[in-house]
Design a protein around this ligand. Structure first.
Ligand code: HEC
Length: 141
């Protein structure tokens, strides 16, 4: 009789543990940082790690509307002060890390127009490097 009465009590900690584990797990999974959503840190950006062809496709899809064909600043969408991404003696002097920040964090992060969106939620680090490789391949004027 004694044994039968003790059995449920002995089972309780185990039950409590499994409830705890099954409830705690999804919470922990949600808190875990997602690599793609991690904020861009200073120092990121390397055109040498990018793929120019992939970058061209991404550029045409996400950037051409404002920055124009081949980055000449003649986009179809009206935007005041969309700078030329191919100006000689300007863009070639800007480091990859600066351009990376401009693209990942948006215009405000580099003290420019907030019309330049932040792309870190849309593009991965690799995709931004691909776009950098494409921008670096454009003929300068
Ligand atoms: C909605 C329009 C718009 C879109 C889309 C857009 N940009 Fe911009 N971009 C701007 C504006 C406006 C500026 C700020 C220009 C200025 O103030 O001189 C800017 C600035 C920049 C700069 C900094 C240039 C500099 O002179 O410092 C870079 C680099 C850049 N954009 C790259 C991109 C890339 C790459 C994409 C696509 C992933 C993109 N932009 C999409 C509007 C846009």
């Amino acid at each position: 009789m004694k044994r039968t009465r003790l059995r449920p009590a002995r089972g309780l900690p185990g039950l409590a543990l499994s409830i705890l584990m099954c409830c705690a797990w999804p919470v922990a999974a949600e808190d875990a940082p997602k690599p793609d959503a991690a904020p861009a840190e200073a120092g990121k950006g390397d055109a040498g790690k990018g793929n120019e062809d992939t970058g061209r496709k991404l550029y045409n899809r996400y950037c051409r509307g404002c920055h124009g064909e081949e980055g000449k600043g003649d986009g179809l969408v009206f935007m005041p002060h969309v700078d030329n991404l191919t100006r000689k003696g300007y863009i070639d002097l800007l480091p990859d890390t600066y351009l990376y920040t401009a693209i990942a964090k948006g215009g405000l992060a580099i003290g420019k127009s907030s019309y330049m969106p932040a792309w870190e939620g849309t593009l991965t680090e690799q995709q931004i490097n691909d776009i950098l490789a494409y921008i670096r391949s454009l003929p300068l004027h």
